[in-house]
Design a protein around this ligand. Structure first.
Ligand code: ADQ
Length: 489
């Protein structure tokens, strides 16, 4: 066995992007997401490895991508796991994103339960687990990320009882009565319990997980001092009486379940927003938009969970009833293309685009567009300029594990400017309690929060934003990684 890494991250995607030049030459560039930034120090310190799919499928007659093809980094070994087009369709688009994703986001659309997808999910999880077991050194720490890889902890445990295994779920864990719909619920839970530490963003998710285990007959011990949970849940507000932390006894092992709210590299985002280039870009953006009195922004993946339609309808209501004047406002909505082959995503995009068009048709005028919409991912510099320029940020997700957009916006307003309208159904709402909170399922509630954000006295807005920046500044992604890994020992 070629086991060489003391710290192994297993995630659906490798932190690389594939580029094809005009002459057809393929190259790979690092893609620095939050997770990579947070884990880099640990990966470097421990001669780490990152196992994941490189982002392009490999047909049967093609050579799979190898470590040698990928960006070379002395401190981190990138280990690619190949997916065929069929794997991608059944494991990724199917079981991960058309079964688990909608089930875990409270059935905003109906999950599909298909045995062929499940079988492929098992096969592909096995491939990731095999790669991790081969890469991990004796006694290594292996950290498995997210819902695409639920079965990996148990599979690694069977092959390598010597390693410490962590599992972190980046999306919400649903209520027991929803999770119990899943035909393969026992297999998913039992294999997840192969981990030593299982982490969630919110007390709600951890509580749902513990209650589900209990409902299915597991021996669950809940932290006795719930009132004392504040130290355990690290900044997240704990609903009275919920078992947000606990332990589960499995085959003589103790599995710890806890709350670890993810965050951003707060200092880095804040520094970026305060560079002269970024300040100039924000000013120029406002001017290009016609220097509106109120600039509102939305930045999301085009996903039905994000409530893009709901925020558009709330804005439309305020324009229709005269609470906001079209000449005064401008909304910039940037939506990254996502999972575009799935019907529910096509439908989400269509409804959002129809609504943008209707608002502009009814309320725009020659020379003034009310909603500027683009279906594209922007470079992060441009996202930061948009955050800085925006007077109000609209985050109206119907359900969201955390929502990093809300935290990024706050990090761009450390001077106390701006206002955040935030859905109660995001993990971020458990921490950013000074936002203008709203219920995105209730158009009136979103409208009220938006009007509050616009109309409250400047001193009140500043108080709220400063309190939120203090929260984001002191709870960054480094702290998230450190606390999870400390719990894992
Ligand atoms: P996502 O659902 O992808 O993540 P989120 O946490 O908001 O959601 O992160 C999105 C990231 O993509 C942000 O860093 C944002 O800047 C960027 N982004 C979004 N739209 C963009 C655009 N149009 N152009 C450029 N960049 C854009 C999942 C869970 C979340 C959880 C994270 C991390 O669904 O709930 O917060 O993982 O755990």
């Amino acid at each position: 066995m070629d086991s060489s890494s003391d710290f192994v991250v297993v995630a659906n995607r490798l932190p690389v992007d594939r580029r094809v030049d005009r002459d057809g030459t393929v190259s790979w560039t690092p893609s620095p997401g939050g997770l990579v930034t947070a884990l880099r120090p640990v990966l470097e310190e421990h001669s780490g490895a990152w196992i994941g799919w490189p982002g392009t499928t490999t047909a049967e007659d093609e050579e799979p991508v190898t470590t040698a093809d990928l960006p070379h980094d002395n401190d981190v070994t990138l280990v690619p796991v190949a997916l065929s087009p069929e794997d991608h369709e059944a494991f990724y688009e199917g079981f991960s994103n058309a079964t688990l994703w909608p089930l875990y986001h409270d059935l905003i659309v109906h999950p599909e339960y298909r045995p062929d997808w499940w079988e492929r999910y098992v096969t592909v999880n096995r491939r990731f687990a095999d790669a991790a077991a081969a890469e991990a050194a004796e006694g290594a720490t292996v950290w498995v990320q997210d819902y695409q890889l639920h079965l990996v902890p148990g599979m690694i445990r069977q092959m390598r009882p010597d390693v410490r295994i962590g599992f972190f779920l980046h999306i919400p864990f649903p209520a027991p009565e929803l999770f119990r719909q899943l035909p393969w619920r026992r297999q998913v839970l039992e294999s997840t319990l192969g981990a030593d530490v299982i982490g969630f963003h919110t007390p709600d998710s951890a509580s749902n997980f513990l209650l589900t285990l209990r409902a299915l007959g597991h021996d669950v011990t809940v932290e006795p001092e719930i009132g004392d949970g504040a130290t355990f849940i690290r900044g997240a507000r704990l609903p009275e009486g919920s078992p947000a932390a606990g332990t589960v006894e499995v085959d003589g092992r103790t599995v710890t379940v806890g709350v670890f709210p993810i965050s951003i590299d707060s200092a880095q985002v804040n520094a970026k927003a305060n560079t002269p280039e970024s300040i100039a870009a924000a000013m120029s953006l406002r001017q290009r938009l016609g220097s509106p009195k109120i600039l509102i922004a939305g930045v999301d993946r085009m996903d039905y969970t994000k409530g893009i339609l709901h925020r558009l309808e709330a804005l439309e209501m305020l324009l229709d009833n005269g609470d906001l004047r079209a000449d005064d406002v401008c909304l910039v909505q940037v939506a990254t293309p996502s999972r575009e082959r799935l019907e529910s995503y096509k439908q989400t995009r269509k409804l959002a685009e129809q609504t943008v068009s209707r608002i502009n048709g009814n309320h725009g005028s020659l020379g003034h567009t009310v909603v500027h919409y683009t279906h594209a991912g922007l470079p992060f510099d441009e996202v930061v300029a948009l955050y800085s320029a925006a007077d109000v940020m609209l985050v109206t997700a119907l359900k969201d594990g955390m929502n990093l957009v809300a935290k990024e916006y706050v990090a761009c307003h450390s001077d106390g400017s701006g206002a955040l309208v935030l859905s109660e159904f995001t993990g971020a709402a458990t921490q950013l309690t000074d936002a203008y909170l709203c219920n995105p399922h209730d158009r009136e509630s979103v409208g009220e929060a938006l009007l509050d954000a616009v109309r409250s006295p400047a001193v009140e807005r500043r108080r709220r934003m400063s309190a939120m920046w203090e929260q984001v500044r002191t709870h960054d992604v480094h702290r998230w990684a450190r606390e999870f890994l400390e719990a894992l020992g």
